[in-house]
Design a protein around this ligand. Sequence first.
Ligand code: ATP
Length: 222
Amino acid sequence: MTDKRHTVALFGGTFDPVHFGHLRMALELQQALGFDQMRLLPSHQPRHRQSPGVSPERRRQMLQLALDGCDELQLDLRELNRGGPTYTVDTLEELRSELGDDVSISFCMGLDSLLTLPSWHRWERLLQLAHLVVATRPGWQLPQRDAGGAETQVAALLDECRGEAEDLKRESRGRLVVREQTLLPISATRIRHLVARGKSPRFLLPAAVLQYIEDNRLYKSD
Ligand code: ATP
């Protein structure tokens, strides 16, 4: 097999609003794993949390401001445009038929998301369509076989499918790659709370995004 396979990675989220935690994570994964494309994939209405605070259109505009001039990261708007509940498996099916069988597709997530995987719609199908890249904080424990419940299922998946970074170029799908990554201690929830209490979230997110939030009086009553 060729090791010059085209590699496309996706980093999904609500981005309500996008912040430096998301942006650093996406950029570091892109640089460390050498993806040809790293696309931020804002969801319209994620299944795993309540509806986001601001409209899809506003979240799209904030992402565009954040990515202005950043050639390493792109925006994939298919879930925002599709509307309704977001299922990762549907997105990956669509992307796979668009890009063809040879392109390597990686769906990136945090370890916390991986632990919920067995509750995702048609989760067993995900690795038939793409690789999963899991970012974990240094020192965090991976799922254990004897933990029971979802954790046991995820541990079994890890035993079966765990791969190395090089596999993401060698193969088009099917590997679960774990990357140790330092996460910046920033969350969109904290930013929304700060704004709602009249405090500044400056230096947690791009200045242009903060300006947009102020201009449009977003998150004022969270
Ligand atoms: P909220 O606080 O509203 O739940 P969030 O800041 O956690 O939002 P999401 O949009 O829900 O952001 O998450 C999108 C993706 O970004 C997820 O994969 C999540 O694990 C990741 N993520 C969130 N915060 C950080 C961070 N500080 N560093 C790296 N990745 C992050």
